[in-house]
Design a protein. Structure first.
Length: 71
């Protein structure tokens, strides 16, 4: 009977081990992707904040400049 399986049991264990390794790799990649998504959202939020602040400063400078130039 051992000669009939042609090493299938060993090959089966090898395939299962490889599938488990690949599953761990996929799970790790998913976790890293989630971290990257959070980092992108933080950067997007900061960009919006700094953009709004820059727009406000430009608007204030324009307002003050127009008041000083127009008597």
């Amino acid at each position: 009977m051992a000669s009939e399986d042609n090493g299938w049991n060993e090959y089966q264990r090898l395939v299962l081990a490889e599938l488990q390794r690949l599953d761990r790799s996929v799970q790790s990649t998913r976790a890293q992707l989630a971290e990257v998504r959070v980092a992108v959202e933080v950067l997007r939020s900061r960009a919006v904040t700094w953009g709004a602040l820059g727009g406000l400063v430009a608007w204030l400078l324009t307002l003050v400049g127009s008041r000083l130039l127009v008597p």
